[in-house]
Write a protein that binds this ligand. Structure first.
Ligand code: G1P
Ligand code: ZN
Length: 541
């Protein structure tokens, strides 16, 4: 094999964020930009010699070019087996599944998740390690450091590989396997759930279901699972063909971006609606005229896990990201299992799963999953719901309201201020952080601050400590304010303000109205208007 050593110079700013390196497509298209990052990833692996690498993505613009570059570089770096999703497709949870199933040393997932796609939009790449989960903080740090001083990368001369046909291709000593991106994942789902009773529900005439794939990666997965295996009518899956620009939409499953789905469920009187994002790891759940907050969804799934075959023997424990409401903590307490509080992002859950400490975990940002993979998994969450709906015969709203009547309700909202000036955002966070010590014991309209800190996480498995993971302000009336800057944006800064409040009655109250005093207090303490000039959030979830 003729290995070419290509000289290169570093690009600054190749620092992976909450979930890999995300930049505009045009940034990735600069000479050697992708190559530098991929080589830094390969350099961070102990040895690529003879190993297996999985490659796939959400099908967004630039996926195909990136995959051809990665194939040649992987072979030059010594990988012996490459597993590629057909047409470059692998949802994030499917990539995690495939990495684990075939004993790969890791995988490159090409996605910018729910960010828009197209020549002027976003692209992304992240490395998942052998357990199928995102690279650890220390590995991403080492990748970043390598990108800052990189001088060369390795590649070979080869014609483009046909990634549209399932089969095997040999190049030099390497075997390239193009696989059906859906089959392994669908088989895993079939092992976890009660497909028999779910099929009765979905193929029957009494239950109407709609899944919105948002022109993104879950289309083929949803068709295979819901229609082919579970017998749902064809019209159950909408926007099912992945497009490289997601049809010009924003593939983020929330009430704003999945408005078509919400409309269909409400106007047509459907029983259950769900959507997933660009790369298939997020989920939104709705019933007829009823939206399920992701924090409540996690709690409800944990409370009803005994109805799902794979979890019927009990959960080992649960975990949630710090900004996620404490609804699942109440379920854990009742079940007598541990509940871990981790920083934002999926990379912190993997260790807890590998160590057998948790079964379910989730984030307020429409992410829920279990230890069947090491990523969040949109379709898995939807299947959990269908399994529970089939087992109980209850509606979505009945299930959630029963849940609140047992555990109480954690009102929750997140306010996002997007594309704000990065320097102003940094100053605002600095001022807020400096003010924290003085906040404890202060009283605002009769409510006192009981804790105010910058959240730090000590990983109980490997002992690593992650500092500065967001500001927490806890109040003596059960209220909580969390403030952090996004780590996934590609332009300016995004401020996220998370607000939650525990209540034991008045569950029908409007969340924004009920949380108004907390929202006002947060705005005052953070100084949002003062630092950003903004008076209203851009997105409220
Ligand atoms: C956001 C979410 C976070 C999620 C991540 C990847 O990160 O808030 O929960 O894990 O996307 O989907 P952020 O932009 O807040 O850093
Ligand atoms: Zn995603």
């Amino acid at each position: 094999m003729n290995r070419n050593v290509i000289e290169t110079t570093p690009y600054s700013g190749q620092k992976p964020g909450t979930s890999g390196l995300r930049k505009k497509v045009r940034v990735f298209q600069q000479p050697n930009y992708l190559e530098n990052f991929v080589q830094a990833v390969f350099d961070s692996i102990d040895s690529c010699q003879g190993q297996t690498l999985v490659v796939g993505g959400d099908g967004r613009y630039f996926n195909r070019e990136a995959i051809q570059t990665i194939i040649k570089m992987a072979i030059a770096n010594g990988f012996e087996r490459l597993i590629i999703g057909q047409s470059g497709i692998l949802s994030t949870p499917a990539a995690s599944c495939v990495i684990r199933k075939y004993g790969a040393v890791g995988g490159l997932v090409l996605s910018a998740s729910h960010n828009p796609g197209g020549p002027d939009e976003d692209f992304g790449i992240k490395f998942n390690r052998a357990n199928g989960g995102p690279a650890s903080e220390s590995q991403t740090d080492s990748i970043h450091q390598t990108t800052e001083r990189i001088t060369r990368y390795f590649t070979i001369d080869a014609e483009p590989i046909d990634i549209d046909r399932v089969g095997e291709i040999r190049i030099h000593d390497a075997l390239i396997k193009v696989i059906d991106p859906v089959a392994d994942y669908a088989d895993l789902m079939q092992e976890l759930f009660d497909f028999h009773s779910m099929k009765q529900l979905l193929s029957g005439t009494n239950f109407k279901f709609r899944f919105d794939a948002m022109h993104a990666v879950t289309g083929p997965y949803a068709q295979e699972i819901f229609i082919n295996r579970l017998g749902a009518p064809k019209e159950s899956v909408i926007n099912a063909t992945p497009k490289d620009d997601f049809g010009g939409h924003h593939p983020d499953p929330n009430l704003v971006h999945a408005a078509d789905l919400v409309q269909q469920v409400n106007v047509q009187g459907l029983d259950f609606g769900a959507a997933s994002d660009g790369d298939g790891d997020r989920n939104m759940i709705i019933g007829h005229q009823f939206y399920v907050n992701p924090c409540d969804s996690l709690a409800l799934l944990a409370a009803n896990a005994d109805k799902i075959p794979a979890y019927a023997n009990g959960l080992k424990g649960v975990a949630r990201s710090m900004p996620t409401s404490r609804a699942v903590d109440r379920v854990a307490e009742k079940l007598g299992i541990n509940c871990y509080e981790t920083p934002t992002g999926w990379k912190f859950f993997g260790n807890l799963m590998d160590d057998g400490r948790i079964s379910f975990c989730g984030e307020e940002s429409f992410g829920t999953s279990s230890d069947h993979v090491r990523e969040k998994d949109g379709l898995w969450a939807v299947l959990c719901w269908i399994n529970i709906l089939a087992a109980t015969g209850q509606s979505v709203s009945e299930l959630v309201q029963d849940h609140w009547s047992i555990y109480g309700k954690d009102l929750f909202t997140r306010h996002d201020y997007e594309s704000i000036d990065s320097d102003s955002a940094a100053k605002m966070m600095e001022r807020l952080t400096l003010s924290l010590d003085g906040l404890v014991g202060e009283t605002y309209h009769g409510v006192s601050v009981t804790l105010a800190d910058q959240f730090s996480y000590s990983d109980p498995v490997d002992g690593s400590v992650s500092h500065n993971q967001g500001v927490r302000i806890l109040l003596d009336n059960g209220g909580r304010i969390v403030v952090r800057l996004s780590g996934t944006g590609t332009e300016g800064a995004t401020l996220r303000v998370y607000l939650d409040q525990f209540i034991e009655e008045g569950f029908q109250t409007d969340t924004q109205v009920a949380l108004k005093p907390l929202i006002d207090l947060a705005n005052q303490l953070i100084g949002i208007k003062e630092f950003t000039g903004r008076t209203e959030p851009d997105v409220v979830t």
